[in-house]
Design a binder for this molecule. Structure first.
Ligand code: GTP
Length: 662
């Protein structure tokens, strides 16, 4: 409320005739205040209050609910569009000073990318009727595509956002197909039309060619300036169908996200498919069969607002005393206690592709790190965990991720949100071996073995066939970089499947590539050789026979288990060279000479030597006979020979960590 004091009261307080300047500034102040007052009143006149909206929420019929996600390639403006939609519908204040409101994690703000899908329930009046729209802002990077599939399980439509400057990119294609697989309605939107060199007509043609979308149906907006955003809301209401749910039957809901709260335990974001849920009712998990009392129900607007119940078609957050983070399973179905129910959704987390060891820097922090990992996994259902141990790093876990960025973000969140300081080993993929003699291997009785830890790689004579994981990559690049892109794919053992000209300036290529060749730096190389214009996304393409070898590192003839790696035979020499050079830098000089060898079986592929310290034993001699000097040097050489025979090289703990780390 704006409070103004009357002129008479102020003049009494001033005790005399006011100066002219005071009168002018007072008049200006009142004019501004009244303008603000009028604006506030007019903007709020038609808008229901928060309490009224929540009251409407409870009574909202299914026909007036729309559940949709915003999907796009990285940086095409999803979160910015979500901001405008939230502002337009009054969920957040206009020009509240914060951009990308739904990117609330520290890691998202620091990196400027969305890593976690976020939900917000908004209200919008359309043709005199109030509608409830459940919006999900999804990430655009391929490593977080699990978040997109998870979100789509709770939606009936998508806003397919495309940058009017950069046009359709690899992740646009991938996300569009994800939506189509689920038969979701698509609202095509071109963003960033305010940019001078935007080419909306060309991008519309590309969308026609790739997705068969009628250019007249594509909305043109500027999420940054807010131009055309109101139309997006109208189109969502018209195109996206209301949820196909039944309110009259027994309660059943899909858990499609969860996170841990210090005070309330695991919180579950649910999409209600059937019936109604009220506070204090008892719910049961279909997966674990455990029963929980519903302690609180709320909706995200995007801040939490308490509501008494949730009905079919609605999305809401429930707290139900789940203390153990393992009890809350994304993709699980909940129903009322003692009522039979079938699985609510077809959502299944994606299989991890990249594996890395995670170890506590200090073994006394083992329990704390385990608990931090458990809480993080609750919020990131794509990550898998297995117990692992390493002679150099102690007890730890082998975690599976969808890609390298996913792994980096997970570890950064472990540090930032849970104060953990883990050591992360170099990422690897899971190879599959067909064994010729399963009895020789620990996993007796099975003739195949999945392996991501090189230390467990069996002897070649017990393996019949090796398989490695492949991906089907989609690359969209400007034509002038096609040569370099093909060169990179060939260098990474890629096989071209197709190449299509999207228009005169851009080409879409499909390549089958070994996963091990892309996890580290493929994306960075692609970006740098195409001046940032090429984009890449990939999907799992199964296993393919391969020629794999185990590359061992020997220090003075002794194999060091922690440093071995599984590599493709054609890459063994290159990796061997890199490893020995890196180790030469990392292992400190010692009293004896150290030979670093990289071998496959008994064959040495690369060798480097770290020279011993050379103590100047002749330093104390001042002049004297040359034979005296020679005698001292000879004695030193004899001593070193003995040391080399008996010496055990001390490799500092950090050396292993630094070699294992990227
Ligand atoms: N000029 C202009 N810039 C925009 C517009 N929309 C978004 N941007 C800018 O584009 C950049 C990326 O926007 P985001 O909203 O973070 O994109 P995003 O798609 O959510 O990104 P990820 O979630 O990381 O994939 C930001 O710098 C925005 O300010 C627009 O309409 N015009």
């Amino acid at each position: 409320m704006i409070r103004t004091f009357s002129n008479r009261w102020l003049l009494q307080r001033m005790g005399g005739t006011p100066p002219a300047a005071w009168l002018v500034s007072r008049a200006r102040f009142l004019a501004t205040t009244n303008a603000v007052k009028a604006e506030t009143e007019s903007s709020t006149k038609d808008e229901p209050s928060q309490a009224e909206l929540l009251h409407e929420f409870a009574r909202m019929p299914v026909e007036r609910i729309r559940n949709f996600s915003i999907i796009a390639h990285v940086d095409h403006g999803k979160s910015t569009l979500a901001d405008r939609l939230l502002e337009l519908t009054g969920a957040i204040a206009r020009n509240g000073g914060q951009n990308q409101v739904l990117d609330s994690l520290q890691v998202e703000r620091e990196r400027g990318i969305t890593v976690k899908a976020q939900t917000a329930s908004i209200f919008h009046r359309h043709k005199g009727q109030l509608y409830l729209l459940n919006l999900i802002d999804t990430p655009g990077h391929v490593d977080f595509s699990n978040e997109v599939s998870r979100s789509l399980a709770a939606c009936d439509g998508v806003v397919l956002l495309v940058d009017a400057c950069h046009g359709v990119q690899a992740q646009t294609v991938a996300n569009y197909h994800l939506a189509k697989q689920r038969h979701l309605a698509v609202v095509p939107v071109l963003n960033k039309i305010d940019i001078k060199h935007a080419n909306p007509d060309q991008v519309c043609q590309d969308m026609k060619l790739l997705f068969d979308i009628d250019p007249d149906q594509v909305l043109r907006v500027s999420a940054k300036l807010g131009t055309g955003v109101a139309q997006v809301l109208e189109r969502i209401i018209e195109v996206v169908p209301p949820p196909q749910v039944q309110r009259e039957s027994d309660f059943r809901a899909l858990i499609f996200d969860s996170w841990f709260d210090k005070y309330r335990g695991a919180l579950n974001l649910i999409y209600v498919l059937n019936g109604r849920l009220e506070q204090n009712q008892d719910i049961q998990s279909l997966a674990t069969k455990k029963v929980y009392p519903v302690k609180s129900i709320s909706v995200l607007r995007p801040a939490e607002c308490s509501v008494p119940d949730l009905s079919a078609g609605q999305v809401g957050l429930i707290a139900c005393n789940m203390r153990n983070s393992k009890e809350s399973i994304v993709g699980d179905t909940i129903h009322l206690k003692n009522q039979a129910a079938s699985a609510a959704g077809s959502y299944r987390p994606q299989q991890p592709l990249v594996f890395a060891g995670v170890f506590p820097a200090d073994q006394s922090k083992h329990v704390a790190l385990r608990s931090a990992i458990d809480k993080m996994i609750l919020n990131d259902s794509a990550v898998t965990v297995k117990v692992d141990s390493s002679p150099a790093l102690g007890q730890g876990w082998r975690l599976g991720f969808l890609g390298l960025l996913h792994m980096e973000v997970f570890c950064q969140r472990l540090e930032q949100e849970h104060g953990a300081e883990p050591i992360i080993t170099a990422p690897s993929v899971t190879y599959r071996l067909v064994l010729s003699n399963p009895k020789m291997i620990r996993q007796q009785g099975r003739d195949t073995m999945d392996i991501s830890n090189a230390a467990l790689f069996p002897e070649p004579n017990s393996v019949k066939e090796y398989f490695e994981p492949l991906v089907l990559g989609t690359i969209i690049t400007p034509t002038e970089y096609v040569g370099q892109v093909i060169g990179l794919c060939v260098e990474r053992r890629g096989l071209q499947q197709s190449s299509v000209n999207i228009d005169e300036t851009r080409v879409l290529m499909k390549y089958v590539l070994p996963l091990s060749e892309i996890i580290l730096d493929f994306h960075d190389r692609l970006k740098s050789l195409s001046s940032g214009y090429a984009s890449f996304s990939y999907e799992d393409h199964g296993y393919h026979p391969s020629h794999l070898v185990r590359l061992d590192i020997h220090l003075n003839g002794k194999p060091v288990e922690e440093l071995c790696r599984i590599v493709h035979a054609s890459k063994a020499v290159g990796v061997a060279r890199q490893m020995v050079l890196k180790l030469r830098e990392l292992i400190p000089k010692q009293m004896v000479q150290i030979a670093i060898q990289a071998c496959v079986g008994s064959k040495v592929l690369a060798r480097e030597t770290i020279k011993a310290y050379r103590k100047d034993v002749t330093a104390k001699l001042y002049g004297g006979d040359v034979t005296r000097r020679m005698k001292l040097l000879k004695q030193q050489a004899e001593g070193k020979k003995k040391m080399r025979m008996f010496a055990n090289i001390r490799v500092p703990h950090e050396t292993f960590i630094n070699v294992l780390k990227r």
